[in-house]
Write a protein that binds this ligand. Structure first.
Ligand SMILES: [Zn+2]
Length: 111
């Protein structure tokens, strides 16, 4: 049985690639969030993709292929997943609280 505290919002119980272009995360509070994989690539917050001083994204969306795909998804500690991408980018780290915030900001929740 789940205990529903604040962390249930940012605790994934299932992460799967629901289609070639979509990642699905089901959270401990029962919400399922769907992420177009290219948007996740663009949302990468690693030091190569985000200026560590200004926090601005260094990615140019025009340079990210429309068919970019995750080739490997793995857990990073208890707080994040890492994704290796088909464009060769292998330092992507996505913290669960950032993923949850991303879903909320883009209206991706199915509720
Ligand atoms: Zn990155």
């Amino acid at each position: 049985m789940f205990f529903m505290d604040a962390s249930s919002r940012t605790t994934p119980v299932e992460i799967r690639q629901s289609s070639p272009t979509q990642l699905s995360i089901r959270w401990a509070d029962g919400v399922e969030s769907l992420y177009p994989v290219r948007e996740l690539r663009l949302a990468c917050a690693c030091a190569l993709c985000v200026d560590e001083w200004t926090g601005d994204s260094k990615l140019d969306a025009a340079e990210i292929s429309a068919d970019v795909r995750p080739v490997r998804i793995y857990s990073v500690g208890r707080y994040a997943i890492g994704i290796d991408w088909s464009d060769g980018h292998e330092t992507g780290i996505y913290a669960f609280d950032n993923l949850r915030a991303l879903a909320n900001s883009e209206g991706a929740e199915l509720g």
